[in-house]
Design a protein around this ligand. Structure first.
Ligand code: COA
Length: 196
């Protein structure tokens, strides 16, 4: 039976091993063990008979905004709903904290799309979000991450971008104003309607 719980000190080394397994496969960014100790309170783990088989972290970044990061499920445990449960635990925590928007920077958007996240350009997120990017080996010219957001109160406040507005190679535009927000108009109209 899989148990989703907050991480503890004894989980740090298994977490490091799990995350760097996927970093070696270029599916996640590499993480130092010191970083996991420093951010341990942000982590949930999936525990199977005392073994860490999955993890996910929630990091508050701004007044209403938190990042979902370091989501991973051991290969032999994938496809069993563990990723969904880990994300659910972070989502519940975010709501408790008063966070209204979640974002994620990912190399693979399929899972997040499935769970209600929408693709946006990174420029629509506060600059604070870029602090991790600066340390990334792919920053800035070879950025491989896709920015995705999910509004917890279901009210979109940032324009989402249509697939055809995004670069065809899956990278995220990093220069302000490179891509015009195609849905801005319709979303602001919808917002105005709601306000009436
Ligand atoms: C992405 C990851 C965390 C998913 O974990 P998981 O436990 O296998 O996912 P779940 O079983 O909870 O899947 C939940 C739903 O998402 C779907 N899904 C899972 N991975 C998907 C993907 N890559 N693309 C599209 N849909 C996906 C599942 O089919 C399932 O849908 P369903 O409920 O309708 O059947 C896991 O594949 C992983 O660790 N990948 C490597 C690291 C990584 O890419 N992390 C995310 C980037 S930050």
């Amino acid at each position: 039976m899989i148990k989703i719980r907050k991480a503890k000190i004894s989980d740090v080394r298994p977490l490091h091993k799990l995350l760097n397994f996927f970093a070696d496969r270029k599916e996640l960014l590499p993480r130092a063990i010191s970083e996991i100790y420093e951010n341990l309170q942000q982590f949930f783990v999936a525990d199977y008979k005392g073994r860490v088989v999955g993890c996910c972290a929630l990091a508050v970044q701004w007044d209403n905004l938190a990042e979902i990061k370091a989501l991973a499920v051991s290969v032999d445990f994938q496809g069993k709903g563990i990723g969904r449960k880990l994300l659910g635990a972070c989502l519940k925590d975010a709501k408790k904290l008063g966070v209204t928007r979640l974002f994620n920077l990912t190399m693979k958007d399929g899972f997040f799309k499935k769970l209600g996240f929408q693709r946006v350009t990174k420029n629509n997120l506060p600059h604070k979000v870029w602090t991790e990017c600066v340390r990334c080996p792919y920053f800035p010219d070879a950025c491989v991450e896709i920015a995705m957001v999910k509004d917890l109160d279901s009210v979109p406040s940032l324009p989402a971008f249509r697939a055809e507005d995004l670069p065809q190679d899956g990278t995220v535009p990093i220069e302000p104003g490179v891509f015009a927000p195609a849905e801005t108009k319709s979303i602001s109209k919808r917002t105005k309607k709601r306000k009436k």
